[in-house]
Write a protein that binds this ligand. Structure first.
Ligand SMILES: Nc1nc2c(ncn2[C@@H]2O[C@H](COP(=O)(O)OP(=O)(O)OP(=O)(O)O)[C@@H](O)[C@H]2O)c(=O)[nH]1
Ligand SMILES: [Mg+2]
Length: 477
């Protein structure tokens, strides 16, 4: 009789299976682990604020005060957390962000214009007795990168031919608000015979106009999400580089054989160069290896701006998520060919609504990410939806209206800094009707941050950030 069978006779099946699993685990893993978290979100969705708050709370998590639902912290197992050095040109500007949030008056971080990275080492006392036989102390290394949301929208181009990209853009440019805003640009494109050689000066003019249109589409007024190529609006080191002189051809592909110097082929070549030299490099260096993912979505923005913004956001999120690798991921696979095995969809800025609306915000988020989530679940990976606020900037208050007590919020308006107390309204749990979209029913206000102290962080400084951390990391200790 094998040892395992004999032990089962003595100790029972469950206990022996459990022990067997743990021994295998320890032998395979050692106790130290490494996890890379993908923080994914369109521009202004809250990535930088999330990374700042998560890092700041984790650095203080040995005190066990601000993250009650992060079990490792609340059970006093954390010995210490520290930042690890990264290449100084790419260090996440944590200090600046933390100082600005702690200033008087506090301010939000600026929009991100380049790539940066945070590396954390969480040193802790393992809970299981078996793990403690190997070592009393273990370390989890956590890597997170931050980047401009605009660049994310380039990832889907990796899997698309120029023709596919143009055909998708054709559909988008047929819809409001793009169709009307781009009428002149579309007419100028249509007047060109793309099967013939095109003057470079003419291409430059069309490109300049296209970039202006992209800025308009993503402006506060329209809030569109599908802005491609991303480097056209945020070039960073590619400023003035011809690599980013790229726009889609909205007219259908010219028939017949096309010469290499035809307008169509010239634009197609630019697309291929951009894909190869900009997107592929970025993807290979920074996006190919992730173990866990947070997808941040600003649901309230879509409600404020209306159906076109909602549809565009849904399309962008679904498209972007197809660029990541999903699948169940054991330790060895994580080492050899990492895949994302757990995804947290988070509706950010939950402090813009009253606490009784958080559940609705979870449900509304599900509407936006339904298609993307279905595909992930098909791959057998774990997902969840959660409304959260990385830096809680409002306080709950009550008001009496027509003899009834209603829940309100108090805070400072982001735009003017003036104090406000308001009833922000309800979050729908179904897609708003045509009438609701047009009734200006949704007017969620942006708030200035409430001061986030550098020391003595408390649970009331965030909403559910601890649950998010527990979901993302809890099973790795
Ligand atoms: N009230 C509140 N507002 C938030 C929170 N997180 C983000 N915001 C708001 O959202 C804005 C954008 O947040 P960022 O973290 O800079 O967004 P981002 O995704 O990094 O944006 P890009 O760098 O442009 O891609 C902030 O300036 C705040 O107005 C939050 O937890 N609470
Ligand atoms: Mg940012």
């Amino acid at each position: 009789m094998g040892l395992k069978k004999r032990l089962k006779g003595l100790l029972g099946d469950d206990l022996v299976d459990d022990l067997h699993g743990q021994v295998k685990d320890v032998l395979e893993h050692g106790l130290d682990r490494h996890v890379r978290i993908a923080v994914t979100g369109m521009s202004r969705s809250g990535k930088t604020v999330f990374i700042t708050a998560l890092t700041q709370h984790l650095l203080a998590s040995d005190k066990g005060e601000s993250l009650p639902f992060f079990a490792l912290s609340s059970s006093d197992q954390i010995i210490s957390v520290k930042l690890l050095p990264v290449d100084k040109d790419h260090a996440f500007p944590l200090q600046t962000a933390v100082q600005n949030l702690a200033a008087e008056p506090p301010t939000w971080p600026a929009s991100t214009t380049g790539l940066s990275e945070v590396r954390l080492a969480i040193r802790y006392r393992p809970a299981s007795r078996l793990q403690r036989l190997v070592s009393d102390i273990a370390t989890l290394y956590v890597d997170i990168i931050d980047y401009p949301g605009e660049w994310l929208l380039d990832l889907p181009l990796l899997h698309k031919s120029f023709e596919q990209w143009c055909s998708e853009q054709r559909e988008l440019f047929a819809l409001a608000p793009r169709a009307a805003l781009a009428a002149d640009w579309l007419a100028a494109q249509a007047a060109i015979d793309w099967s013939q050689p095109v003057d470079q000066a003419q291409l430059s003019i069309l490109n300049r106009e296209y970039v202006k249109l992209l800025h308009l589409f993503r402006s506060e007024q329209y809030g569109m999400s599908v802005i491609q190529p991303g480097r056209a609006v945020l070039p960073a080191e590619l400023e003035n580089d011809t690599l980013i002189e790229l726009f889609p051809l909205i007219a259908t592909k010219p028939a017949g054989t096309l010469e290499d110097n035809s307008g169509y082929r010239v634009m197609e070549q630019r697309y291929l160069d951009y894909r190869e030299q900009v997107i592929k490099r970025f993807y290979r260096e920074h996006f190919a290896r992730f173990d866990r993912q947070v997808v941040l979505v600003d649901c309230l923005k879509t409600l404020n701006k209306g159906q076109q913004c909602f549809d565009d956001m849904r399309l962008a999120v679904t498209d972007v998520l197809q660029s990541f690798n999903y699948g169940p991921s054991g330790f060895l696979r994580r080492l050899l060919s990492p895949r994302i095995d757990k995804v947290l969809f988070a509706s950010t800025k939950a402090d813009h609504v009253t606490a009784n609306q958080h559940h609705n915000l979870d449900r509304f988020l599900e509407l936006i990410i339904a298609d993307a989530r279905r595909e992930m679940q098909f791959e057998g990976i774990e997902t969840t939806c959660m409304a959260l606020a990385s830096v809680r900037s409002t306080e709950a208050a009550e008001a009496v209206l027509d003899g009834q007590t209603i829940s309100c919020l108090k805070g400072y308006k982001k735009a003017s800094g003036e104090p406000v107390a308001l009833f922000p309204g309800e979050v729908p749990i179904e897609l708003p009707t045509e009438k609701d979209w047009h009734s200006q029913r949704f007017r969620f206000v942006d708030f200035a941050p409430r001061k986030l102290p550098m020391q003595q962080l408390r649970p009331e400084h965030h909403i559910r950030l601890d649950q998010a951390i527990e979901y993302l990391l809890g099973d790795l200790f």
